[in-house]
Unconditional design. Sequence first.
Length: 514
Amino acid sequence: MAGQRKDKMELRTLILLKKKGLSNRKVAQIMNINRKTVDSYIRRFKVLELDHAELLAMDDAKLHDLFTEDDQTEKIRYEHLSSQFSKIQHELKRPGATLQTIWQNYLLEHPDGYRYTQFTTHYRKWRGKVKASGKLEHKAGEKLFVDFTGKKMAYVDRITGEVIPVEIFVAVYPCSQYTFVKAVASQKREDFIDCLDSCLRWSGGVPQAIVSDNLKSAVSKGSKYAPEINKTLADFALFHSCVVDPARPYHPQDKALVERSVTLVYQRIFYPLDKQTFFSLKELNVAIAEQLVLYNDYLFSHGGSTRRSQFIDLEKEHLSPLPVSTYNLRYFRRAKVQKISHVYLSPDRNYYSVPHRYIGHHVEVQYNKDTVEVFYNFQRIAKHQRSFRPGNYTTIGDHMPSSHQAYNDWSPMYFEQRAAVVGPYAQQYIRQLIAQYSYPELGYKQAQGILAFVKTHSASRVENACKRGLSHHKSSYQTIANILKNKLDTLEEEVQQAFHIPMHENLRDASIYR
């Protein structure tokens, strides 16, 4: 009995000390008992969910009974709950799921189970250990992580025998770890967008956000807090009603999952295909797709599910639907409206007209494989069919200043007067150059370029070049540039000198041959 009384005294003393707010370590020191013993008592307090006053108000027998409950029963109850932690974590990935609703369902199945406070305490303690391992929790359908592998694959050109290296794109839905892989020619914007489009169509839906590493094809300007997204990628995301969320620099946990997936792709896709030879990018992608099926159907070591089954059961229903139409890749460029009332699109080396009132203003040019659109302050001011003929002018008549008698420093007379200073042939050439266009403004830029040659060469050489250029079928800046580059403007004088034969006493008269 003495021993029992001592146990009861220990319990009451321990409760009093904890009521005063002392730590477990301090209580153990005061009572001269092992701290683990104190810890076990405190855990029991939490299970009972009674406050200190309620415990101290109990008689010794009641208090003794509470703290001598069969340990085996408690162990079984905890083991059952702990076996559900992974399932609870899995359920919490579903949008709208909370610990409160999951606990309510748990209690319906196990009326003698833990109360809410202890239920959440045990789960959060377990989750803390999982987080300490570096794992992040992800909601179903929330994100798609994308990156390119560091290593490359290759195919062989059947005609030349050249080995062509290719980039490997990897995308992962983090909640299910469902993975997409595709080989492309480069990491350029066009190939990157093509990979994203293929991935979304392959998975049959759109996540809330696309998380990329700081690829040049994704991020125009990197930043820890506000990276600048490539406009074409932002346009792609807007078309699909999602956002782009670049992984933060110097935060490896942001991209740990996709990097882990890349390692697995090396093992499950690169390695099985390493000994095979492919003769086209298409052939390589067919083989990758076959291995990808096996990879996504591979059983996880921690359970009987696969990436594909988790994606179908958990994630797919939370993806947004795909747009009805397909995305048409668009490009964006800043340009200044020139005095000729056109903007220059450097990739095409072409000019496209805009209304003359925007001369001198900076505009945004948006273009795809079919059309070119020009925007000023977010309003479209011009639209053209895209031209792929270098040096071409695509013009709408109403855009031109001459159609409205608008004042313009540049005019045919202005350039003719400037050319007259160089010489009569230059004046005639410039007049002919401008006259061949329906809209004289289209010739102004070339006329300006020809007259600028006076600074790099000389007025006499430009005059001679224009004299020779007049014999050509069409007048252009390029014609004069080629004449000067090849020094053809000096050729006429040299030819005349070469055919000048002086009289000589040894030369026979033509009459001898009659």
